[in-house]
Design a protein around this ligand. Structure first.
Ligand code: SF4
Ligand code: SF4
Length: 431
């Protein structure tokens, strides 16, 4: 069985949207496009109020190496450039009145591109990791280490989310060609696609299409277990290589990228399409019509909820998956390149119980896929012992939520891990 140590088996709840074919969400009258849609520094505004922009036109310029350009998702007039809330904080937004014409600027298609041309095209189209991390893809494809293995992450282990699954079924040839361009940029002629074994049907489709398109891709079915889609866990399951503490996958010769990222790369290379829309899942018990849909960046979450039918009795709104996503107090935020899901959960799906004292059961230790001792880190950080939290490896936490999921005392362990990391960073590592 291809898998990794520890982890949890959570209810998948994927059947709500798994059979919903990808549809197009009509664009709203106004979009509010965040200039921070990626890891690294926020992009700098490239337009001012009153400008006319086309879809695909640059409205934010990458600020530094770890950053990415941001493009308009509609054509129309810039109404404002101002700070607004995001799913995780605040950043500058470009607000554009959609003129409904969708005039577009795209780059010329590339035929048989060389590796350097592929990487440049990915930069020019502002593509970032669309699984949620948002790391600029072109930077990932220029590693200093020698790479011998390229993996496309199709695990999609977060409950409820099904957009990657639908891409693998409906955009099979495109995402495979995109992955081949990325492998080519890395100097490789073969790549792997890692899936959980609850997606065996997608693996079969991929194998057939890869064969007919003459693409050298190997599907690897891994055990359905959370967090199988975490980078280090997927690498271990497929290659048995361990990425050491504080190191990147490239240190063991591996690069991992997401299914949607590969689809965007294909469109960038073959159509010159900039990254300004994506497929996301809208699901949860509070959604009347769970969907997988193309959504333009800058589209208001409230608009999407209204379109899909939101229950008035819903208890929780989450951007992303229920394990690693971010709970929201307001739906007045915008979709970005990394928004893989919008979940509206009913009270019975989000039962809150107040935290109690730790009973030293060690369930969190047995669940942690990074082999940490969350109970000790929690105790250290609550007593102000930042050194202790660092000693117990808080910086290696991937914030997967397994520990909190299994804790019978309902301790908010992920919050403790985040707090510990923040305090260690603020103080500067002494390790
Ligand atoms: S300590 Fe971090 S890595 Fe370990 S289970 Fe908890 S959230 Fe996941
Ligand atoms: S799972 Fe919860 S109760 Fe058990 S040891 Fe960990 S923190 Fe304590």
């Amino acid at each position: 069985m291809k898998t990794f140590p520890h982890g949890i088996h959570a209810e998948g709840n994927k059947s709500l949207s798994a059979n919903a074919a990808v549809c197009d969400l009509p664009a709203p009258d106004t979009v509010s496009i965040p200039l921070s849609q990626h890891a690294g520094k926020e992009a700098l505004p490239a337009v001012v109020k009153g400008d006319y922009v086309k879809a695909g036109q640059k409205i934010g310029s990458a600020d530094g190496v770890i950053s990415a350009d941001v493009f308009s998702s509609v054509s129309g007039e810039v109404l404002a450039v101002e700070k607004r809330p995001t799913a995780t904080g605040h950043c500058m937004h470009v607000i554009i009145k959609n003129d409904g014409k969708y005039d577009e600027v795209a780059l010329e298609p590339l035929n048989n591109p060389l590796p350097a041309q592929i990487v440049q095209r990915i930069t020019d189209c502002g593509i970032v990791g669309m699984g949620g991390a948002g790391f600029p893809t072109s930077v990932k494809l220029k590693p200093r280490d020698k790479i011998d293995t390229f993996i496309i992450n199709g695990a999609e282990c977060e409950p409820y989310l099904t957009c990657d699954y639908r891409i693998m079924l409906e955009y099979t040839a495109e995402f495979l060609r995109g992955a081949r361009y990325m492998a080519c940029a890395l100097g490789l002629d073969k790549f792997y696609i890692g899936l959980e074994d609850n997606k065996a049907d997608a693996a079969e489709v991929i194998e057939n299409v890869a064969k007919s398109e003459n693409i050298n891709a190997e599907t690897v079915l891994c055990h359905t277990k959370y967090p199988q889609g975490a980078e280090k866990q997927l690498i271990y399951a497929i290659t048995r290589r361990k990425v050491r503490v504080g190191k990147l996958p490239a240190s063991v010769g591996v690069i991992v990228d997401n299914v949607h990222t590969a689809l965007s790369v294909c469109r960038a290379v073959e159509k010159g399409e900039k990254c300004y829309r994506r497929i996301l899942t809208v699901s949860g018990g509070g959604i009347k019509n769970p969907s997988n849909m193309w959504v333009r960046t800058g589209t208001d979450v409230k608009y999407i909820l209204n379109h899909c039918g939101a229950s008035d009795d819903a208890a929780k709104l989450i951007i992303g998956g229920p394990m690693m996503g971010f709970a929201q107090s307001s739906a007045e935020i915008s979709v970005t390149k990394t928004t893989s899901g919008i979940l509206l959960l009913m009270p019975e799906e989000t039962e809150y119980r107040p935290p109690e004292s730790c009973i030293n059961c060690a369930a969190c230790v047995k669940a942690c896929p990074m082999r940490l001792m969350p109970v000790y880190i929690d105790s250290c950080i609550l007593s102000g012992d930042v050194d202790g939290a660092e000693k117990y490896g808080a910086m290696n936490c991937i914030e997967c939520g397994c520990c909190a999921f299994v804790c019978p005392a309902h301790r908010p362990l992920v919050q403790s891990m985040r707090l510990a990391k923040k305090k260690i960073r603020a103080r500067g590592s002494r390790a």
